[in-house]
Design a protein around this ligand. Structure first.
Ligand SMILES: CC(C)(COP(=O)(O)OP(=O)(O)OC[C@H]1O[C@@H](n2cnc3c(N)ncnc32)[C@H](O)[C@@H]1OP(=O)(O)O)[C@@H](O)C(=O)NCCC(=O)NCCS
Length: 184
């Protein structure tokens, strides 16, 4: 059966997804509180230590995998992404943020890595939410074939089928030509 698992480090083409740890609290905090980036994100505590404590609890939480997106070449942190809420063969992902000024390949490569990883974990489809008005992100997902399946609390609910995940991995394979590699 499909299950979310943490991975210490997943390497793609130019990016690495590295398991988030308490030492990442300040980076995540600054991203979550960056007005240029957080308009469509749910608010998190204004207290840095709450972020650290969240990461401390996360370390023992078997149901989610939270990654720092960083450059493969020099481990520069660029953003975050998280897999959570497994429902049968479908996984949810979100907390997707990139620093302003992140290189333009980062969005697409990080998403392809998430889907590749989720397939490796045994998932066959995905679900996620996008806030009303977050049009670039809605367009990004719809371009991957995501379909709107509901709407609640100011969030559009999407789902992405196995076929569309596979098609997108294929269509955008030039962004992740060698797939992903796991490092411990
Ligand atoms: C969501 C987020 C991580 C996406 O990153 P981003 O860099 O803004 O992503 P973009 O959609 O601009 O795509 C980046 C580049 O990839 C290109 N791109 C996007 N999708 C592509 C596709 N399917 N094929 C080819 N290129 C693509 C874009 O054209 C863009 O290129 P450019 O920089 O030359 O214009 C970022 O906008 C962010 O942190 N937003 C705030 C938080 C947020 O809203 N998160 C989502 C919550 S659901």
């Amino acid at each position: 059966m499909a299950a979310i698992r943490k991975a210490a480090s997943i390497e793609g083409s130019k990016l690495r997804l590295r398991n988030a740890v308490e030492a990442d609290a300040a980076f995540i905090f600054s991203l979550r509180h960056d007005p240029a980036r957080n308009r469509h994100m749910s608010a998190t505590s204004p207290v840095l230590d709450d972020q650290r404590q969240w990461l401390e609890r996360y370390a023992t939480d078997q149901g989610q995998a939270y990654f720092i997106i960083e450059t493969l070449a020099d481990a520069q942190p660029l953003g975050t992404v998280r897999l959570y809420d497994a429902q049968g063969d479908s996984f949810c992902w979100g907390s997707w943020m990139l620093e302003p000024g992140a290189p333009s390949f980062a969005a697409i490569e990080s998403v392809l890595m998430v889907y590749r990883y989720a397939l490796d974990l045994g998932f066959t489809s995905a679900h996620f939410e996008v806030q009303d008005g977050n049009l670039p992100v809605s367009r990004f997902h719809e371009n991957f074939g995501a379909v709107r399946v509901g709407h609640a609390g100011g969030q559009i609910q999407y789902s992405l089928s196995h076929e569309n995940i596979l098609q997108s991995l294929h269509r955008y394979r030039r962004y992740l030509p060698g797939g992903i590699q796991y490092r411990s």
